[in-house]
Design a protein around this ligand. Sequence first.
Ligand SMILES: Cc1cc2nc3c(=O)[nH]c(=O)nc-3n(C[C@H](O)[C@H](O)[C@H](O)COP(=O)(O)OP(=O)(O)OC[C@H]3O[C@@H](n4cnc5c(N)ncnc54)[C@H](O)[C@@H]3O)c2cc1C
Length: 272
Amino acid sequence: MDLNTVEDWVAAVDAEQLRRVHDGDPAVAVVAGGTWLFSTPQPHLRTLVDLTTLEWEPFTVTDGGLELAATCPIGVLDRIPLPAGWAARPLFRQCVRALLASPKVRSVATVGGNLCTALPAGAVTALTAALDGVAELWAADGGVRHVPVEKFVTGNRSTVLGPGEVLRSVRLPAAALRSTTASRRSSLTRGGRSAALVVGRRDPDGGFVLTVTASTARPEVFRLPTTPRPDELAAAVERRVAGAWWDDVHGAPDWRRATTLRFAAEIAEELA
Ligand SMILES: Cc1cc2nc3c(=O)[nH]c(=O)nc-3n(C[C@H](O)[C@H](O)[C@H](O)COP(=O)(O)OP(=O)(O)OC[C@H]3O[C@@H](n4cnc5c(N)ncnc54)[C@H](O)[C@@H]3O)c2cc1C
């Protein structure tokens, strides 16, 4: 839709100019793919700052892991040439497909936009929280901080970003990328928005990590020294989430609870 209160469109060219224009004024927002920003009225906005003109390298593979620029299009994620030993590779495709959107939307919607929109069904939130992603945040005063993705999203449409702060990138460590993963997803309708998206990981050292998204407002991550018994894992998820199952038009909380607990048990069984 047209955002007819917006008067200025600023193409960001470097970090210094970005800090100057995106200084914490609530009438100024950054725009990446624009797929969420232009989908709903934004009457408070006067200025949009385009991050894509910074031309950040979308992804960088090193021995230490994978760095994803905030502006990396989601549609690129499952085409990154990952080293053969990174067994978590199938998870990229599974999470890209979990974004309820056409290839056209996936080709412009970004990693950073997905994390910063912070919907419970955030497919990139699931992928990067499940793989121990660490977000790099740039503040308007030039400060830089690093926050694990599992703590970056704090609730439905809520993150730790302060006024004027920008998500620069997410780093996924090679240790997590080498792990074996299993995922389960459900939605109310065929191809509908995720109502439960659960990812399990078995690390080469035997450690086990379960990440629950879409059925909870924010990612819930469970870390265990070994792969648990299916019933133990389901019980741990039930204890932690308790009555806080997410409730919206994409699924009732009791159904989300039952689906998530079943997925957790299936994943524990599969990874054992
Ligand atoms: C058909 C359709 C289906 C969708 N399905 C899903 C879905 O299944 N799951 C889901 O989670 N979302 C979904 N969305 C919502 C949205 O498209 C995605 O979350 C998408 O990833 C947003 O990315 P973007 O780059 O387009 O963000 P934008 O629209 O550009 O920005 C979104 C918000 O994030 C802020 N932002 C963007 N980048 C940064 C940054 N680097 N630093 C700080 N703030 C930033 C913007 O200011 C804005 O507030 C859907 C949208 C459409 C149109």
